[in-house]
Design a protein around this ligand. Sequence first.
Ligand SMILES: Cc1ncc(COP(=O)(O)O)c(C=O)c1O
Length: 490
Amino acid sequence: MPGQPDTPYLDALRAYAARKPGRFHVPGHKGGPGADPALRELFGDRVLELDIPALTYGIDVGEEPTPFQEAQRLAAEAWGARRTWWLVNGASQGNHVALLTLGHRGQHVVTQRNAHSSTIDALIMSGLRPAFVSPELDPELHIAHCMTPEALDRALGETPEAAGATVVSPTYFGAVADVAGLVEVAHAHGVPLIVDEAWGAHLAFHEDLPAPALSLGADLVISSTHKVVGSLTQSAMIHLGHGDLIEEGVVDRCVTLIESTSPNSLLLASLDAARRRAATRGRELLGETLAALEQTREAIREIPGLDVLDERLAGAPGVFDYDPVRLAIDVRGTRMSGYELARRLREEHDVLMELAGENVMVAVYGMGEDAAAASERLLAGLRGVIEAAGDDDQEGADVGFAPPPPWGELVMTPRDAFLGPQEVVAARDAVGRVAAESLAAYPPGIPNVLPGERLTAETLGYIEQTIAHGGSLRGASDRALRTLRVAVEG
Ligand SMILES: Cc1ncc(COP(=O)(O)O)c(C=O)c1O
C-alpha cells in the first residue's frame, strides 16, 4: 500500500530534534540539560530530545493533515479500520474508551465474565450495568476459552436493553473466538460487537493466522500494539470498524476524556514505527516466527512431560481457531505445576515467562525477534529444569477443579458498589452482603465475585476451598479471604 513505508509522525519528531529549536515549553528536562545525569547517561540525550509535548506546531497542530493525523490514517489503513486512535495507556485505555462509548448508547452491556480487569474497571467508570456471559471452561487444562455465538445470543435475548457486547479474542493462551458468528449475532440484535483483541495486533499481517476481528465485521477493536508488534510498552490502538452502530465522534471524545493532555511522543513515535514495520515487513517476519515456533513446538513435545497447545485446540468449546504465534506449554505431564516450573526457569536459567498457571505456561514471541535463537534459550532452560527435577518428589499443587458456582445476583452497578459507602467485614459475616471488590479464584481465574454482586455462602465456600487446595485469589484486598470489602446498603 502506498504510504505504508512512510512514518510521518516519527519523521516530524526527528526533524524537530534536528532543528534544535528554542525549547520554551515542557518537559522541563529540555531535551537533556534539565535531566538527572544518570538518566542522560542511561537514555542518551537523543531519547530526551525526542520527548516533546502535544500541540507542537508541524507535528500535531498546523497545516492539516498534520503528521499526527496522517500517521493515524496510515494505521487505520494498515489494520483495515474506518478510523484508528493511538493510545498511550495501553489496551486498558482501549477498554475504558470502548465502554464509555457504549455508555452513550444505553445503560446495559453484555460482557464476558473473564474480561480483562480493565473492562471491569471500565464498568465502574461508565456506570454500565453488566449482564455477564461465562466463557467456555476447559475441564482438562483448567483455563477459560472464548464466548460462543450461542451464549451471546442467549444473553442478548435476555438483555434486550443492552447497548452492545464485548468479548475477548484471542485469549492469553491463544484461543480465538468465532468472531464472525459473534458479529452476526450482535448485529441481528441490533447492537455493536466490541472485540478486545489486545493479543491480536499481528493477526492482520499474515494469511496463515486467524482472521482479525475488523475483517470479520467487529464494530470496535482494542489492540495492544506493544504486546507482539513491537511498539513501546503502554502504546496501543483502538480501531473503529466500518459499521454505523458506533459514532466516530463519540469514540474521539471518549479517547480524550481519559487521556493525559501530554501523551508521550516516544510512545506515539513507536506506534508509527511499529505500524510501518508490520505493514511493510509483517508477512515476512511473521512467516519466520511461525516457522521457528513450529520447530520449537516439536522440540518441546520431545521433552519428557511437556506438551504444547496448538491448532488441535480448535473445535473445543469456545475455541474457533488458534493463534500459533503464542507458545502455551502444557506442563501436566511433569510433576510440577506451571508456577513451579516457571520459578525454576527463572531462578536456575534466568528465563522469564509471560504467564504461569497451574497447568499451562505462556511464552510470548514478538514479531521480528529472532524466534529461533530465543527458542534455543527457552528449550535449554526447559530441558535443564526437567532433567534437574529428575526423580524429585516434587508434586504439582493439587488444586481441585470443579466449575465455579453461579455468580451472585447483581444488585447495584459496579460503579455504585465501588464508589458508595463501604466497610470491611470478616468473611464469615459477608454472606448476603454486596461486594465492593472483585474476587477471582485461580484456577481458572474467572471472577467469582464482582463489585455490586450479592455474596453467597456457596461462592465464598468455593473460593476458600480453592485456596485451601493451593490455588490463589486475585483482586481481593485480603488475598487470604479473612476479610472482605462490602457495600453499606442504605
Ligand atoms: C485481554 C486483554 N485486554 C487488555 C489488556 C490490557 O493491555 P495493556 O497492558 O496494553 O493495557 C490485556 C493485558 O494483558 C489483556 O490480556
